[in-house]
Design a protein around this ligand. Structure first.
Ligand SMILES: [Zn+2]
Ligand SMILES: [Zn+2]
Length: 290
């Protein structure tokens, strides 16, 4: 039971009653899941059971080389997510981007399991490299079956009891996880594992975000800096090349005149459940077609 002085509303959607008890399956979660009655708790269970008592992992992500401002995202993600779902989370976090290029996960550090470990078990933790729509693949780097990324859970690596835990640890600290997207523009993301907590939702939740994600195919960090520079120049003073870049950004982003490379991401909007769900469905469909 909650202390009677705590004025907390029942967690069941649509119920405005004051809560009198908290879910015992996740009693230490913040914010707590609380109910006014056992009826309400029963009604909510179909939603709440998806994350009740389960773990989420927190990560700080930085887009390597980004500046003015450095592009960062901090988020928590379900521990039961696959690496493929983490890939979708990062696509969503950065644009949303469209999953149209190759991507790869790898661990940075001396004990990079891909190159330094002969353990048979690690054969299931490969570099993930997909062919894009054009059948393009990197020379010397074999494409890897999609199923591996779909089957490998984050908890396999980041949970102390995970089947691959310890394989990617160096000096007690987990090596940064690197996520590279688009081997043309080569967007390198460094993901620092920060820890675990009780899940608040069965989906990613962003806690902070800085810097507008680059528009895809803008030509890497330097190309994105050129786009931003063009936008900084008053319209009447732009060179023809700068006018072209501004128009390109407006067209490709699909935002038209609302395109603004300095617009800071809105964490509240990023956390809208429906918005995430829509993108997830689109990513899954695109991936099934590829
Ligand atoms: Zn209620
Ligand atoms: Zn619970």
């Amino acid at each position: 039971m909650l202390p009677t002085t705590v004025e907390t509303k029942c967690s069941t959607l649509g119920c405005q009653n004051k809560a009198t008890s908290r879910c015992t399956g996740c009693r230490d979660a913040t914010p707590p899941t609380v109910y006014c009655s056992s009826d309400c708790q029963k009604r909510d269970w179909i939603f709440h059971k998806k994350y009740c008592g389960k773990k989420a992992y927190t990560f700080d992500m930085t887009l390597v080389g980004s500046r003015d401002p450095v592009i960062t995202r901090s988020f928590e993600v379900p521990s039961w997510y696959t690496f493929q779902e983490l890939h979708y989370t990062l696509q969503y976090a950065m644009g949303p981007w469209q999953c149209t290029h190759l991507h790869e996960f790898s661990f940075r550090g001396e004990r990079d399991p891909f190159t330094y470990n002969d353990d048979e078990k690690l054969k299931i933790l490969p570099r993930y490299l997909y062919e894009d729509d054009f059948g393009f693949s990197m020379p010397g780097q074999p494409a890897v079956p999609k199923e591996w990324e779909e089957k490998l859970l984050l908890s396999d690596v980041f949970d102390p009891r995970g089947r691959l835990h310890g394989k990617v640890v160096q000096d007690g600290e987990i090596s940064p996880l690197m996520y590279t997207y688009d081997f043309g523009d080569c967007w390198e993301h460094e993901l620092k594992y920060k820890g675990e907590k009780l899940a608040r939702e069965a989906r990613p939740l962003f806690t902070s975000a800085q810097g507008c994600g680059p528009i895809e195919d803008c030509g890497s960090i330097s190309g994105w800096e050129d786009v931003k520079a063009a936008f900084r120049v008053p319209a009447a003073q732009r060179t023809s090349e700068q006018r072209y870049k501004v128009q390109w950004a407006k067209d490709v982003s699909g935002l038209g005149d609302a395109c603004d490379p300095f617009k800071e991401p809105d964490v509240v909007q990023m956390n809208y459940e429906g918005r995430w769900e829509n993108h997830l469905q689109a990513y899954k469909l695109a991936s099934a077609r590829a």
